[in-house]
Write a protein that binds this ligand. Structure first.
Ligand code: FES
Length: 173
């Protein structure tokens, strides 16, 4: 059937009416639904992304407990070097090396090495440790943790904080 000029006018009038009736109420309604769906979408993304790591690679973002600290010659003879970021002391006496935890065995404060007294001291409750990490004063119940230390293939000292070794352990190079 052929469209007459009258039909065309009517059709265009209807569109115009739809547009006008759409304007405020429908806009607000659509905006409300849009916000609702956006909130639901945000919640789902957050749920899968952050809570379950759905889109996240399965990797650990913490430092490895095993790390190289440098060649033996980079530590002065008879020195105690604090590696703050790794929370260990490297103690060198002649050709022997030890890796000691900086964490006090009483309540976990960071101990400091006193060059003058040649001991480790805890600022929190006064525990004291000999240079070899053995406790001798204050409330600390045991020596500082000693970590395994080895030489790697290219001659670097490597500390493994996941392996606590007995107090007498030392690496001779
Ligand atoms: S935490 Fe070190 S003495 Fe208490």
């Amino acid at each position: 059937m052929e469209t007459t000029e009258k039909d065309k006018c009517y059709s265009s009038e209807t569109e115009e009416r739809i547009w006008f009736s759409f304007s405020r109420r429908h806009f607000l309604s659509l905006a409300g639904w849009g916000l609702l769906f956006a909130a639901m979408g945000g919640y789902l993304v957050r749920f899968f992304w952050f809570k379950h790591g759905f889109f996240y690679p399965k990797v650990l973002f913490e430092l490895s407990p095993r790390f190289a600290v440098g060649e033996p010659k980079s530590f002065a003879e008879n020195s105690v070097t604090k590696l703050k970021s790794r929370r260990v002391f490297i103690v060198r006496d002649g050709n022997s090396f030890k890796a000691l935890s900086i964490v006090c065995t009483h309540l976990g404060c960071a101990v400091e090495f006193s060059k003058e007294k040649n001991i480790f001291e805890c600022p929190c409750h006064g525990s004291k440790y000999y240079r070899n990490g053995v406790n001798f004063a204050g409330p600390a119940p045991r020596p500082l943790d000693h970590y395994e230390m080895v030489l790697d293939d290219i001659g670097r000292l490597v500390v493994d904080k996941s392996k606590v070794v007995v107090t007498e352990t030392k690496l001779i190079v």
